[in-house]
Design a protein around this ligand. Structure first.
Ligand code: C2O
Length: 546
């Protein structure tokens, strides 16, 4: 196995998109940032130097970080932020994961421009469980604001309203030729007739689930979240923010140019969303600019309607792990966690400026009616390791305080979550099941739920209220997919299982950034039951403190 050393300089860089140049926070001046390419078993040592004027941290999304929790990256969970002028070196080893992951800033909305791909190939001497493709192309789907994303989220936090939606989606940082001033920078993916390309598709958008397609071409799904899956063929993918999907595409169509395209899957009824389409071009090399008789205009694909939940759910429920797996069956810890939005009443005397949510409220979000508050003086991991009192409480509830019909409109009293830094303690080695139940308070919508430090099996998902009597029979304990982010169906539920074999503090949150800001998160502490973080490595000497 190899060790790869990198330096990431976080800096302000002028970036031109949609007819206008603005200063963006980038890594090494690149947008998207550098692609990291490693083999399973390799070690990464990444020195992050913060030359920007914001605090920053970097999270290696989906990397298990076995015993290296100090390198996970979410701010105030496993580290304090790297201050302007500061630096921190992340060091971790890839263990048993193959496929596509990615990295992104885990601080405010900086990940809008601070993100990149992490490509994990099989160990030297091992091979893919499919014919080796001729080419491999990372496809990062992103979201662009014609404004500083930090200002967009600050404005929303101040007013209590929804933030402005983005102005464009992007493929590898470029909006593509359907947007103003963008056609000459449209990303071209070249192919030779007959060859197969492995597209490593990553949804790096902040707040939007996305459909993805390539005109006239079949996509064969072979992996997701750095785990192989039983291959299946589809014409359209749906990815929640945080998710990755590896697909093989064979250039078996007449030589021409074909659009690669993505646009919103927006399940929330009535909520505003960016309804634009981003494009790149799959270009047969025998048909460049154009060859005789070939149209220069790319072939246009059909994408599902923005509210096509049937297509989205049909896709997410098609995943099976490549091989039979060992799903934990004797469950030690069983949690039922509601996931949803809410509206907080404004405190009396609050100015109407600060209460611009629906009907003079402020948006909030919660899990089991607890709206998560990040600490500010210590990271949770540091507070736990050093036994610092008063930073968090361990009373995150195993179920919501009251049961209700999660698919319908409910009384306003349920829109008033408590806030707190509540964690749930898991004993090292425990088997865990979490039923994630979406609520339909205020809006019904999907939530991409991401757990740090673990991959989990999604043993079942469905619509309506989870019913332990009838739904347990549907659990797939043979070949469920192993993922780090579950797309919780709209007005529905997902059941996940994992073994708590990684000591540390691990946040679980909705990967729509706007929802994290409203509190849609909780954290697990995994230790030996008497406070010791079994076999967690020591904190690195340069770990940023608050
Ligand atoms: Cu990709 Cu906590 O995030």
């Amino acid at each position: 196995a190899e060790t790869h050393n990198h330096q990431f300089v976080v800096q302000e860089t002028p970036v031109k998109r949609l007819c206008k140049t603005q200063n963006s926070i980038t890594v090494n001046g690149q947008l998207p940032g550098p692609t990291l390419e490693v083999n399973n078993g390799d070690t990464l040592v990444i020195n992050v130097v913060n030359k920007a004027r914001y605090n920053v941290t970097i999270h290696w999304h989906g990397v298990r970080q076995m015993r290296t929790g100090w390198a996970d990256g979410p701010e105030f969970i496993t580290q304090c932020p790297i201050r302007p002028g500061g630096s921190y070196t992340y060091k971790f080893t890839i263990q048993g994961q193959e496929g596509t992951l990615w990295w992104h800033a885990h601080s405010s909305w900086l990940r809008a421009t601070v993100y990149g791909a992490l490509v994990i190939r099989p160990k030297e001497g091992d091979s893919y469980p499919f014919t080796k493709p001729k080419r491999e192309t990372p496809i990062l789907l992103g979201e662009w604001w014609d404004a500083n994303p930090i200002d967009v989220v600050r404005q929303a936090t101040k007013t209590g309203a929804s933030p402005n939606v983005s102005d464009a989606y992007t493929i590898n940082g470029q909006p593509g030729d359907l947007y103003n001033c963008s056609s000459k920078d449209t990303v071209i993916v070249p192919v030779d007739s007959g060859e197969t390309n492995l597209l490593r598709v990553i949804n790096a958008a902040l707040n939007q689930q996305l459909f993805f397609t390539v005109a006239n071409h079949k996509l064969t799904v072979v992996g997701a979240d750095a785990s192989y899956v039983k291959p299946f063929t589809t014409s359209v993918l749906m990815l929640g923010p945080g998710q990755t999907t590896d697909v093989l595409i064979t250039a078996d169509q007449p030589p021409a140019r074909y659009y690669i395209a993505a646009r919103a899957y927006a399940s929330a009824q009535g909520a505003p969303f960016d309804n634009t389409t981003t494009t790149a071009i799959l270009e047969y090399k025998t048909a460049p600019c154009p060859a005789k008789g070939v149209s220069a205009k790319p072939v246009v694909p059909t994408l599902p309607a923005f509210n096509d939940t049937a297509t989205a759910t049909n896709f997410t429920s098609s995943f099976r792990s490549f091989k039979k797996v060992q799903v934990p069956t004797d469950i030690d810890e069983s949690l039922f966690v509601t996931v949803g939005l809410g509206l907080n009443k404004c405190p009396s005397g609050a100015s109407s400026q600060n209460c611009q949510g629906p009907n003079g409220t402020r948006f909030t979000a919660s899990m089991n009616n607890v709206s998560f508050v990040l600490p500010s003086n210590f990271s949770l991991l540091q507070a736990h390791q050093q036994g610092i009192p008063g930073v968090f409480t361990t009373d995150f509830p195993v179920a919501p305080p009251v049961k209700f019909d999660y698919t319908g409109n409910v009384s306003q009293s349920l829109w008033q979550p408590l806030s707190g830094t509540k964690v749930y303690k898991l004993k090292y080695g425990a088997t865990v099941q979490v039923v994630l139940q979406g609520t339909s308070i205020f809006t019904a919508e999907n939530h991409p739920i991401h757990l740090h430090g673990y991959d989990f099996y999604i043993v079942a998902e469905g619509f309506g209220n989870f019913n332990p009597k009838t739904d347990t029979a549907k659990f797939n304990l043979v070949d469920p997919p192993l993922r780090n982010t579950a797309s919780l169906p709209v007005k529905g539920w997902s059941v996940i299982r994992f073994v708590a074999d990684n000591p540390g503090v691990w946040i679980m949150h909705c990967h729509l950034d706007v929802h994290i800001g409203w509190g849609l998160a909780m954290a697990f502490i995994v230790d030996n039951g008497v406070g010791q973080l079994e076999s967690l490595e020591h904190p690195p000497p340069d770990l940023p403190v608050c």
